[in-house]
Design a protein. Structure first.
Length: 265
């Protein structure tokens, strides 16, 4: 009764036991996993598709992460345009802005973000957003939300704020333009009061849960490699905030996933 709406299963962290990790997820009640197709840059955006072709309950995305935006070129855009027609590709992402690491120049990040929103609209695919601000006054949230209002909201297509780490006001702004808010294991971290505050208020019919595997393993596995089966702990953390059971959070977020992606039913 759970869906892991965002997992990076292609990396070397899972090279030795990927099949066992996926089997454990099923044993934990995970009915669907979204394998994110970023890889290490444009030449690996089919990594999610390769996994999705092996497992009926795994679905794929594709996209150039802001970290690798500097590597984007016309050939990459054309390649993704073709891959987006694959029947197991359900969304475009993760894409967006990252001002914390600045692995790519910000003007390049913005242009690649904008271009991918255009491609996603043409493919009629929802987008999955990565947004990470730095620790100074410059705020990636302001720029991300502005770009979404200008370049995405007019399309009427939905999207997901993945691994939400902002304030409630940022979640509200995204909800207003039709986005879903996805919470990862860091909702359980002791210092993550801002995330918990948002998790208490996001409407239950607009919430998703994820692991962002192999990153951000929830309590009680914090510091370990994360894996899709641990999404149960994220559901449990949110359930405690909302006065519900983890099964109720799992069921509701699963229903939301199927509403957003009816082709996965």
């Amino acid at each position: 009764m759970f869906v892991d709406s965002h997992a990076h299963l292609d990396g070397e962290q899972f090279a030795s036991d990927r099949e066992q990790v996926i089997a454990r997820a099923q044993e934990s009640g995970v009915q669907a996993i979204v394998a994110i197709g970023n890889g290490d840059g444009p030449v690996q955006v089919d990594c999610g598709i390769r996994l999705a072709e092996k497992y009926d309950f795994i679905y794929a995305t594709l996209g150039i992460h802001p970290h690798e935006a500097r590597l984007a070129d016309e050939a990459a855009y054309q390649h993704m345009e073709k891959l987006a027609k694959h029947p197991k590709v359900i969304a475009w992402g993760e894409i967006g802005l990252d001002y914390f690491y600045d692995h790519s120049p910000r003007d390049v990040q913005k242009e690649v973000f904008r271009r991918q929103m255009e491609l996603a609209q043409a493919a009629k695919l929802p987008i999955i957003i990565h947004c990470r601000p730095n620790n100074n006054s410059e705020n990636a949230w302001d720029d991300t939300l502005l770009m979404l209002r200008e370049h995405w909201a007019p399309s009427g297509l939905p999207g997901i704020l993945h691994c939400f780490t902002g304030e409630w006001k940022h979640a509200q702004a995204a909800l207003e333009i039709g986005f879903y808010i996805s919470f990862a294991g860091n909702v359980s971290f002791p210092k993550a009061e801002n995330i918990r505050n948002a998790a208490k208020q996001v409407p239950l019919d607009r919430m998703l849960i994820e692991t962002d595997s192999p990153y951000l393993a929830p309590v009680p596995h914090r510091g370990q490699r994360n894996e899709p089966g641990f999404v149960v702990y994220t559901a449990e953390a949110i359930a405690q905030l909302r006065g519900l059971s983890k099964e109720e959070i799992g069921q509701k977020t699963m229903e939301n996933f199927y509403h957003l992606f009816p082709q996965t039913r």
